[in-house]
Design a protein around this ligand. Structure first.
Ligand code: SAM
Length: 323
């Protein structure tokens, strides 16, 4: 069984000595039946020493290790540390090693290996056709965009660039009386969104449409238009950690300054918002460029407790000057 070790001590050993040590350690673990807790510790150490990039659903080695081990062990995260004393079978320990090896060698984001991702309390299917859902907009959806809309009156929501369907599906859960249009230009991404839609049995209220921004929803107006569009500028695209190379480029790149998608959204948003409606868009660290480019718009930047930021909100009337 292959075990990974990236400690400084191992690096100083000859290849044969290091291999023998790893094998002995693996044999000891097998004999003892490694516990979930020690598997998490071991995986977290390996991720740290391999200097992988975190940013696809978790932001640290321990949480990612816990997700990897819990996934293989078939454990629910609600169990938390009460599951740490459970013993793993040899087969499961080997599967943990195999996943860890791919995560490190290929710099593959973990959700593409497990095909699952958690967003606003929903478990979603994901693969390389869609960006791994991680938008801080999740928190605003769970708070039903309070205090900016009267949640009881929300009937129509549009999610532009829906990818896996994450934001659209979370909105459908948060607003049980609303119909949601989930649009994306990528037909491949929409296959994943449809799969999630069926899984959550939301077909009656969520419509998945292939659309270049607003093209497929002409004449429709919404209470909420929400989007986590591509917003990475050309220079930043070249500097992204390797993990992002596994994600669809169309989900990240947005012209020279990262604002092409925002410009397209501004061009159509007012026409598609009801009076009293709101536009909510994630721009991440393109926030400064946005503020320099659209100086007259009265952006609101909601506080996001779970971390992340760069999400702005505008009211329909605020957009009058830009449209
Ligand atoms: C940053 S990803 C966000 C995916 C998803 N909303 C999420 O938060 O995980 C951006 C999405 O916008 C889509 N997209 C890119 N250009 C588009 C366009 N012109 N019209 C509609 N969607 C577009 C991409 O295919 C991708 O799925």
């Amino acid at each position: 069984m292959r075990r990974l070790s990236h400690t400084a001590a191992d690096a100083a050993l000859t290849g044969r000595e290091a291999g023998a040590r790893r094998e002995a350690a693996a044999n000891r673990r097998e004999a003892a039946g490694e516990s979930v807790g020690s598997a998490i510790d071991r995986v977290a150490r390996a991720l740290k020493s391999a200097r992988v990039h975190f940013g696809h659903g978790t932001d640290n080695a321990r949480d990612e290790a816990a997700e990897l081990v819990f996934f293989i062990a078939g454990l629910n995260h609600d169990l938390g540390s009460s599951a740490y004393s459970k013993r793993l079978s040899v087969r499961r320990a080997a599967r943990i090693d195999a996943l860890l090896a791919r995560r490190i060698a290929e710099r593959m984001p973990l959700p593409y290996l497990t095909h699952r991702s958690f967003f606003a309390g929903l478990e979603l299917y994901v693969d390389e056709r869609v960006l791994v859902p991680r938008s801080p907009i999740a928190e605003l959806v769970m708070q039903r965009f309070q205090p900016w809309v009267d949640a009881r009156r929300v009937r129509r929501v549009l999610d532009i660039g829906t990818g896996s369907g994450a934001i659209a599906l979370a909105c459908a859960m948060a607003f049980p009386k609303a119909k949601v249009d989930a649009v994306d230009v990528s037909a491949a991404a929409l296959q994943v969104a449809r799969r999630n839609l069926r899984r959550l049995k939301l077909e009656k209220r969520v419509r998945v449409l292939q659309s270049n921004y607003f093209d497929a929803v002409k004449g429709r107006r919404y209470d909420i238009i929400v989007s986590n569009p591509p917003y990475v500028g050309r220079a930043e695209m070249r500097r992204l950690p390797r993990e992002y190379e596994h994600e669809p480029r169309i989900g990240l790149a947005s012209g020279a300054d990262g604002l092409d998608s925002v410009r397209a959204i501004f061009a159509g948003a007012r026409r598609h918002l009801r009076s009293g409606g709101i536009l909510v868009v994630e721009v991440g660290n393109t926030e400064d460029t946005l503020l320099r480019t659209f100086r007259r718009l009265p952006f609101v930047w909601p506080q996001i407790a779970m971390g992340g930021g760069g999400v702005f909100l505008l009211r329909a009337r605020d957009l009058d000057e830009e449209s």
